[in-house]
Design a protein around this ligand. Sequence first.
Ligand code: HEM
Ligand SMILES: [Ca+2]
Ligand SMILES: [Ca+2]
Ligand SMILES: [Ca+2]
Length: 686
Amino acid sequence: MRQLKRAFGGKDGDHEDFHFGNFSQHFFSPHQPHGPNGSHPSHDGHGSHGGHGAHGPHDGPSCQPGPQPVKIEYRSFDGSQNNRSDSTLNAAGTEFARIGTAHFADGISVPLGGNNPRTISNLVVGAGDADVANPEGVSAFMYAWGQFIDHDMTLTRTDGVNDISVVVPAGDPVFPAGSIIRITRAVIDPTTGPGTSNPAMAVNSNSAWLDASMVYGSSAATAASLRTADGHMKTSAGDNLPIVNGMVVAGDGRAAENPALTALQTLFVREHNYQVDKLHHEHPNWSGDQLYNYARAIVSAEIANITYSEFLPNLVGKDALTPYDGYDPNVDPHLTLEFVAAAFRFGHSIVSGETEGLAENGEVIAGSEEDLKDVFFQPAANFIDNGGADGQLRHLAADPSQALDARIVEDLRNFLVDAPVSMDLAAINIQRARDLGLGTLNQTREALGLDPYTDFSQITSDPQTLAGLKAAYGNVNNVGLWTGGLSENHVPGALVGETFQAILTMQFEALRDGDRLWFENQGFDAKTLSEIKGTTLADIILRNTDTKHIQDDVFVTYVRHTGLAGGVESEDPDARQIVIGSDGTDTLIGGPQGDYLFAGTGKQTMTGHAGADRFVFDSGATKAKITDFDPDVDLLVFKHARRLDFRDVKISGNHGNTIVQVGDDWIELTGVRPYELSKHDFLFDV
Ligand code: HEM
Ligand SMILES: [Ca+2]
Ligand SMILES: [Ca+2]
Ligand SMILES: [Ca+2]
């Protein structure tokens, strides 16, 4: 194991080329004065088993009467002490790995040449329309969550010194010739690079495990700076992230990079505090440390569970990953450069160029509509003014991701920061791949055991991307991994093509199976484990924000608006809809797909139109008429129904219609006969 013992310089300038221009003053970690590893490597909570607190009976085979101590083993903050034979494996400050071999001009560390990265960006990434919603129907949470967990896994610092900036060639459609896209080389593990047998390998400054290090920090010092003695995470007014010099701070220094990311960082600090309060209620004798440790374990587990059960099935396909089969110490869980520098940068293609905050009724919060380029590293006050986490999270559930293709939005590719500095994230990714010695698309395919492409037309059937790839690379063997991977036709059921699917699947299996403290192997009691597995991102939003109504799967887009009385119209009537009824008298009308219609109290007239619609009754005292209820297709949903279930439903006929009574709700189903209803038409969701 090659561990980088030396602490990094930790100056702002170390990583200033993360920014699009002059953001470096905002990219700081005041709680990390000694860099990511600090001077406190790992005696930081690891091994404290929380054994002083009783946490209910243990349901394992060794079950004994009476309360048992908590059996779970807590993670260290920097990720060390996970693998028993290699204690720094995947710890902050240690190296990445590779799927293929290193590709450097000298076999050691000199980047290979090639066409100018900005030229490739213009020809391939700039071909066609960059602003197209994804056809799969996934919401903006796909990119928000992607970046959130990217910051759990990786931070590749750059040295701020060894310049590999891209110089914009003459004839550029947007940037003046000679403009600079600023890039410096990645920080290299000093034990690598002495010869071709050990080529240069970059260092990951974050704990690579999915351990919520972006929430808590990748060092004990960071973690300590973000918490209070009683077990809570520090917050600022309004239950927001702590603010230092006007900027939010979190476990990862990039929390303010964009509002979607800030919203998720905020949500999980709130979730930690929710768990602390709940645990305190259940275990009044627990110390602040016990509450903190156990809440941290639960929150980390929830994030891992959402990643594997909600996010990844959309990304790589529902059955792409093998089911979990226990910890395997022989699996190599290193993050690979192919993953970090190419495949997991898929997210750059699906980021949307617009942002806004939405009110509960779907209305855009006044003044919150902004271009992405204007909200990079925005001050905390602006984020809060634009609706804060609550408004941003509703926006992410209601807005689609961009199409996953070779294109990225203008704000990420053609952003003239401050002459002569310009920003093109595609060019940066292409140059970074050379900096890290990544293989090409074909070299990586061979390393993965896939057949290399012999013709450009095998990569994509999109004519503009095909022409761009040919013009930029000439030979199919030269196609880069990031551009080529994004260009690939998608695997059915996945957002990505074959090569990215293989890299992503392999990585997420290894990161799970090779993690001794993976939440399903960490020692949670059966009840807590089933609560964790039953907790969706929607649940976490509902209990930590002022959102009252949201779809069950927030990774699928639903456009939010009101019934006719509320006056907020749908921005996209053909999409899936969330219709929020107003109390009093209202008319709720769905769209052609499966929608949610949330009844208010009072007289509600509801029409679902086509699709499997959900008519939700969670306000109480509703007198509704559903004009087109379709038994076996639509659903009557009763939320917060306490102890009610199907036995409490009264169904009666009335002149060719059906009356359904549940609690104090009275619902008429026009044109439906009582015998057409069965319990499958009802959902009781407490
Ligand atoms: C507004 C949105 C985003 C911006 C402005 C942004 C910007 C950046 C920048 C400047 C870098 C460093 C590039 C380099 O020097 O090599 C980077 C790296 C990266 N980005 Fe993004 N990104 C965004 C969204 C995303 C999303 C949505 C994902 C994934 C779903 C993602 C995944 C990554 C990964 C994995 C890296 C490498 C991180 C590392 O190892 O340090 N990014 N991004
Ligand atoms: Ca981590
Ligand atoms: Ca795209
Ligand atoms: Ca419908």
